[in-house]
Design a protein around this ligand. Sequence first.
Ligand code: MG
Length: 388
Amino acid sequence: MKKIAIIIVAAGQGRRAGEGLPKQYRLIAGKAMLRRTIEGVISALPDALVQVVIGADDHADYNAAMEGIHILPTVFGGASRQLSVYNGLQAIECHSPEFVLIHDAARPFLTTELVSNVTAALESGANAVIPAIPIVDTLNKVQGTRIAGLVDRSSLFAIQTPQGFDFAALMAAHKAAKGGTFTDDGSIMEAAGHPVEICAGDERNFKVTHPHDFKKAEAQIMNELGDIRTGTGYDVHRFEEGEYLWLCGVKIPFTKALKGHSDADVGLHALTDALLSAVAAGDIGTHFPPTEEKWRGAASDMFIKKAAMIIRDRGGVISNVAVCLICEKPKIGPQNEAMTARIAALLGIAPERVSVQATTTEKLGFTGREEGIAAQATATVRLPWQAI
Ligand code: MG
């Protein structure tokens, strides 16, 4: 595999998409558009160098949107798209990539398949390749408000990004094009005399431009995550001697402890099973057998994080989780907020998607006799249809 760099052009101010934040930092289904774009790039090309070109005033917005993602330090854009790309090319020149892909931040729907179409053409010797889709609408010339003849659409294509290039050839073409007003890199290569090939683009990889495009993007995401799953989990741990216990990731001073192979966090165990059951991925014992010595005393954080990772790896999202703790004591109410926040942090979702409830059993049964604590949980998960 050749060394590949990808430049994400995110320096525009995106005024057409409405007031406020530049559009690449606006949320689409709860996530900044730029973050979606970059996550797509990383998942398609995990070994590529990723260079983002941002606006000089956008550092705070960028840092907030990209928390936890580690790629090359940003560079600032120039006065035009052409200059912004050139700044990006200069920034990665020291890494000597063989191929470079240039991608618009405003196209958050690039797929691994689309990226493969581009890299495959480069691997087979093309110096410049751009994804293109045939125009399906009928096209007319218009004079004033009148139609003035049909346009033959058979030779017309709509051009997308990522566009792929031989790095050295694109660098030279950009130097030669200095002072020009090119709006894409394919045109710069063409002007430098390179043949520019097309490969199959993707209808879904549309450019988010106008305010209504955000609605379209959200609908596309929800449609792609249309496989809605529900899972349930149940767990019980008995009391033993002790001075504190763990419930839903929070350490609570108490007159007893909970007995278990791990930290015996009955709430997180029920929740882990609910998440695993939503995606039919076994149960907590499948992934962390209690016979294995290494899980002795383990913090249950790792169980629930593993369940969340399984869902993420399948391209899914967690819509909501709910856990109900069943006990006479300790009192859960005072800990509710801390438990909700902890679960939200462990799963990487908003606290508004986490519910923690508690109930007693009116002194009936083992929980009523204060012999232990039970917990039941549910989880709703959205998966892509193709994940089945
Ligand atoms: Mg358990």
